[in-house]
Design a protein around this ligand. Sequence first.
Ligand code: GLA
Length: 730
Amino acid sequence: MIVLDQENRVFTLHTLNTTYQMKADQYNVLLHTYYGSRLEDCDFSALIRCDDRSFTPNPSEAGNNRNYSLDVMPQEYSTCGVGDFRLPAIELELANGSHTADLRYEGFRLEKGKYTLEGLPGFYSTEDEAETLVIILKDIAAQVVLELYYSVFEIYDLITRTVRVINQGTEEIRLCRCASLCLDYLRSDMDLITFNAHNLMERCLDRGPLRSGIQSVGSVRGISSHQHNPFVILCDRDANEEMGMCYGAMLLYSGNFEMAVECSQYENSRLVMGIHPYHFCFTLTQGQVFTAPEAAMVCSPNGFGQMSRQYHRAIRKHLLRDPYEGRRKPVLVNNWEATYFDFNADRLVGLAREASALGIELFVMDDGWFGSRNNDNSGLGDWQVNLEKLPGGLEALVPRIKNMGMKFGIWMEPEMVNEDSHLYSVHPDWVLHVPGRAPSRGRGQLVLDFSRKDVRDHIYEQMKEVLSSADISYLKWDMNRSLTDVWSAALTARSQGEVYHRYVLGVYDLLERLHCDYPHILIEGCCGGGGRFDGGMLYYTPQIWCSDDTDAIDRLRIQYGTSFCYPACTMGAHVSAVPNEQNGRITPLKTRGITAMSGAFGYEMDLGKCTAVEKMEIQRQVDSYKTHYDLLHDGDYYRLSSPFQDNAYTAWEQVSADQREALVSVVYDRIGAAPLFDTLRLKGLNPTFQYRIEGTDSLHSGEELMRSGYSISQKQEDYFAFQIFLRAVE
Ligand code: GLA
C-alpha cells in the first residue's frame, strides 16, 4: 500500500510486514526517513538529527544555517559534488566539464501495477498485484530529470526500484554512474553478508561487521560472476534464521555490478548498488533516456528465513517465465560428464535409452554436436550439426529419442566464437577487441560483440535454423569466459563506455526473442556453472546450472548460499558419477540424489555403467522426486543448519503452503567413531497438527517437532544422508 501525505510531502510504502518512507524537505531534498518493521501513521523524519558539523558544507538555500548539511542526512538518492561526500548514486559530466549532480524534488505520480522496463528484466504483475510510485527529481542547472520508480508487492514484502535519467537540456550529458538502489541507514551497527568464491564453488556465504569506510563486492568481468553475486544482506549483528532485522538487496543484472556500503563519520551507513562504474559512461543527447537495471529489496524483521521465503515466493510468481508453469518439469539427463566431446548418434541414443528405462524424461545433448567442435579450441560460432557425428542431423536424431517417450534438449553458447571456425574466418571484426591489440583468449575462445545488432541477428538466424529443425523442448544457454578487450567497432571512441552495458542488453535481446518465438522451450542458463546466477538471467532462463561442481558435499555449500535469495526450483542440480569429476570425492548415490533433488533435478553420468542395485536406487529417486515435486519446487524453504558451521550435518526442509506436508533432508559430511546424538528442531510446521513420519507409526505434534525436536542419528557410512517425510493426519 502506498500512502501519500501531500501536505508534508511524505511518501510511505507499506508491505505486509514492513514500511519504507521518504520525505521531501524544506529545500526539496528527498530524504530517506525509514525502512523497517511495519508502522502506521508515522512521519519518521523526526528521527533525523542535524547539527553544525564542521567540514560538512551547507547548500546555498540554507543561507547561514550551518545545521543543515547533505553530508549527515539520509538521502533517498545520493548526489555528488554538492556537499554529500559519501557514496554517490549518480555522477554526471556536463558539457562544461563539471562533475556535479544536485537533485531536488519536483513531484510524483502513482501508477497501477508494476512499471515495466524496456529491454531489461524485471518482476512483473497484473494491475492488481502491485502499485507504483514515481518520484520526480530534477537537477535544474543540468536540465536532467530523474524518475525514481518504486513498485510495491505487498504480500511478498518486496519493493522493486529503478531509475530513469532523462536529458531535458539541449546539450549532451555523460552519465558516469547510475545506481539502481541507494539505501541510507541512521545506524551502522550491522553485519554485511555477501556470497562469494570462484568457479566450481559459487555463492559461499561470507558475514562480517560493517567497518568504517567502504566495503564492496562487484564484477568487472562483463558477467555477474562466480566470484561475487549481485545479492547482499545487511542485518542486525545478532540476526539469524528466525530473529533480527535483515535487508536483502538484489540487482537484476547480468553484467558488471558494484555493491558498496559506506559507514560514514557519524555512524550512518549507505548501501549503493548498480552497474559498476568501471568503463561505464553513457552519453545522453537531448531527450534521451537511460534506464538503470532493476533492484529488488525485501526487508524481514524476523531473520533470514522469512526474507528468503519472501524472495522465493516473489521470484516464483512474478519473475520466472517458465513454460512449465503449473506443470511438473521433466527430469533430465545430460551427456556432458558421460561423454564430453566424444560421442556419436548411437552413443547418445544408448545413453537416452538407459535413462528412459529409469523414468528420466528429457535427454540433453551438451557441447560438441556442431561445426568442428571436438575440443575447446574450435567450432564455436558455427551452429550447424556435425554430420559426421550425427548423420542425418537433428532430423534423424531427435525422433529416435522421442520414440522412447523422451523430450530432447540441446546446448549452445551463442555469445562466443573460436578462431578456428567458419564464422571467425568470415567476420574476425565481430569479436570484442581493441584495435592494435590481440585479444585475450578464455577457454580458447573469443567473445562476439553482442552490443551489435548485426552480430546478434546472424547468430539468431543460425539458432532458429537449429531450433526449428526438430522438436526441441529445452535449450542450455552457456557462456564460458569473462569479457576482456571490451571495445566495439560499431561505436565511436566517445561511446566505448557503453559497450559493457550494451553487451548485456544484447544478451537480453536475444533471450527475449527466443522467449517470444519459442515459448515452449525451457531455457536453462549456464556460465561455466553459476557465473551468471542472477535475477536478470532468471527472467529469461527460469533455471540456471548452479555450478560445474557436481560433488554432493560441495553442492551443500553452493546450494545453501544460493538459497538465501533464489528458490530451489531455479537451481540446476544433477547427480553425477563417483569418484566425482571435479574433486574425486566418493559419496553414496542416495546422498547425491538427496542433494540434487532440492533443485531442478537431473543426472549427468553414463547410466549404462550403473549396477542393477544402483539403477533401482535411481528409479526410486526419480519416483520420489516426482512424488514430492510440488513440495520440493514450491514449498516454503527452511534452512535447518548451515554447512559453514560446525555441525556434522547439513539439513533443510520444505513445507507445503497448508503446512500439511514437509520433507526434511539431512546430509552428514563428517563421520565419527562415536557420533553425537543429534536432535533436529523442525520449522514451519503447524504446532497444533499431528504429523505422521513416513515409514513409522509414530505421531508427533508440530509443536513437539519444532520445540523439542526429532532425534536423528548417523550411520557408520561416509556422507550418510536421509530424508524424513511428514504428513499431517486428519
Ligand atoms: C560449461 C558448462 C558445462 C558444460 C560445458 C560444455 O563448462 O558449465 O556444464 O556444458 O561448458 O563445454
